[in-house]
Write a protein of this length. Structure first.
Length: 132
């Protein structure tokens, strides 16, 4: 029975939420009524947040000549886990090592996988670019 009017309620609730800004809702709910809540920030808001910056949570790194932002470690220990992390490996950089040394694949099996990967890499790289 709870779900019988779910679609109608969602429309009503969405319309009601649009009547105030996020900041106004947070003030009303959290500050005036002690209801635990907070904004759901867009990526740009998170990156520019003063507390996020103060805690060094956004780190810039360069990968293949292009600059990217990376999320810093949530764990902050003086003298430990500090600095900028190493950039991620290039696509396929460790494939042979993993297949041969960790999974004991034969050279024939590895070559078959690498041939298949070569066909997929351009499509995957294009897709990765669109995600960034």
């Amino acid at each position: 029975a709870r779900l019988a009017n779910e679609a109608e309620f969602d429309k009503f609730f969405e319309k009601a939420l649009q009547q105030k800004t996020t900041a106004a809702w947070v003030t009303l709910l959290r500050d005036k009524n002690d209801i635990a809540c907070g904004p759901v920030n867009r990526y740009a808001d998170v990156v520019d947040d003063p507390q996020v910056r103060h805690n060094n949570m956004i780190l810039e790194m360069e990968v293949n000549g292009e600059k990217y932002n990376s999320i810093g470690s949530l764990f902050k220990f003086p003298g430990e886990l500090e600095g900028t992390p190493d950039p991620p490996a290039n696509m396929g950089q460790h494939t042979k090592t993993v297949l041969k040394k960790l999974l004991n694949y034969s050279d024939k099996q590895i070559n078959a996988i690498l041939d298949e990967n070569e066909k997929a890499i351009p499509r995957l790289q294009k897709r990765i670019k669109t995600l960034n």
